[in-house]
Design a binder for this molecule. Structure first.
Ligand SMILES: [Zn+2]
Length: 385
């Protein structure tokens, strides 16, 4: 079954992540990678910012990617002109739809929003642009007004509506209800854009997909405002393995993409990051390591190679005999099984002392100290842990 269209906004919402700033060259290189792995839509920035931002947008447009390239706009003629100046053919026009944002942020009312929506949409459509109408703060909006907004967007020429859970305040059940209702009542395809304030961005996006959206908004590593957005790599792998949906993304290239983006952010990928974290396919505890050595499916949801990763068995405080023997064999260090207990105790002890798994060189040194030069070197640890 074909999955929804992915609209990746790493280069727009992702870059709005606190402390993240991409150069034009980094944006162009990330856009190229997103295109190469098969992401069909890329939201690349806000041309109205001018300077290096509009240069980056123009630069990405001139690459002639297979992916559709979107630029973000407020509902202002000057923003649309800036997008036209960069050569984009698809834009998102964003307007708040919750009373809270309409009144407190803009000092306006609902009718002003509808007027501004139609005015900007018609201006853009007359100039040949395809437009996604972004309903900002849709999750906190009155649902009747949201539907009115969507119908107005359809009447004024929008190609789809973006349902934004701007402050990540929905759970999957609520998302399903609100999005199903919207999908059934408006004559436009719906996109879902979720935020991760409660750690539910991916779950909510998946709920939106079950509810019938045609487009899902993602960012690499879940970058984005505050706690971020729905992570591209998590959405792709969840669709494939939990929903049985194909996205045409070359999943084996997800890890290099994530590493490139992390580097451009000046951030490390946290070890426990789902799908692409260092720990995602690393096994230490005795039972799990023994399990994956018998059959990886016992403790892995899919093969690590699918995302460009590798399975690792590491030694530490929780290791067992089988993992130790496996590791020694990998390193070409022969050992009788009767001798394992001694070395295992030292492995556990050193790992506890260093508060981490052991590197291969540390295991080799322990092995030497225990069996090759037992009297020459002070053992690193005495007694049972
Ligand atoms: Zn957002």
């Amino acid at each position: 079954m074909n999955g929804p269209i992915l609209c990746d906004t790493t280069l727009r919402d992702g870059e709005q992540s606190p402390g993240v700033a991409f150069t034009a060259a980094e944006k162009i290189s990330i856009a190229r990678m997103l295109d190469e792995i098969g992401v069909p839509e890329i939201e690349v920035g806000t041309p109205a910012m001018g300077g290096e931002e509009s240069e980056a947008v123009s630069g990405i447009v001139s690459l002639g990617l297979k992916a559709r390239v979107l630029a973000r706009n407020r509902a202002l003629i000057s923003d649309i002109d800036a997008s036209l100046g960069c050569g984009v053919t698809v834009i998102a026009i964003s307007l708040p739809v919750s009373d809270l944002q309409i009144e407190r942020k803009l000092g306006r009312d609902r009718s002003w929003v509808l007027t501004q929506l139609c005015r900007s949409l018609k201006y853009a459509v007359r100039r040949g642009l395809s437009v996604c109408a972004g309903a900002e703060d849709a999750s906190r909006a009155d649902q009747e007004f949201l539907c009115e907004f969507a119908r107005a967007a359809a009447a004024c020429g929008a190609e789809r509506i973006r349902f934004c859970d701007t402050v990540g305040r929905l759970d999957p059940e609520e998302t399903f209800k609100k999005v199903s209702d919207l999908v059934s009542r408006v004559p436009l395809p719906v996109e879902i854009h979720t935020h991760n304030d409660f750690g539910l961005a991916v779950a909510n996006a998946l709920a939106g997909i079950r509810a019938g959206v045609q487009v899902v908004s993602t960012t690499v590593l879940g970058l984005g405002e505050r706690a971020g957005n729905a992570a591209l790599e998590q959405i792709v792998m969840s669709l494939k393995h939990l929903h049985g949906m194909e996205t045409k993304v070359r999943t084996e290239r997800l890890r290099p993409l994530c590493e490139t983006v992390a580097q451009a952010c000046g951030r490390e990928i946290p070890p426990g990051q789902p799908v692409v974290g260092e720990a995602a396919f690393t096994h230490e505890s005795g039972i799990h390591a023994d399990g994956v050595l018998k059959d990886p499916a016992l403790y892995e949801p899919y093969r690590p190679e699918e995302t460009g990763g590798v399975r690792k068995i590491v030694l530490g405080k929780h290791s067992g005999r089988r993992a130790l023997l496996h590791k020694l064999k990998e390193l070409g260090l022969p050992l009788e099984s009767l001798q394992v207990s001694d070395l295992l105790e030292k492995v556990r002890c050193l790992s506890l002392r260093r508060k981490r798994s052991l590197a291969d060189w540390e295991l080799s040194r322990l092995y030497e100290e225990t069996f090759v030069l037992p009297d020459a070197v002070e053992p690193p640890c005495r007694g049972k842990v």
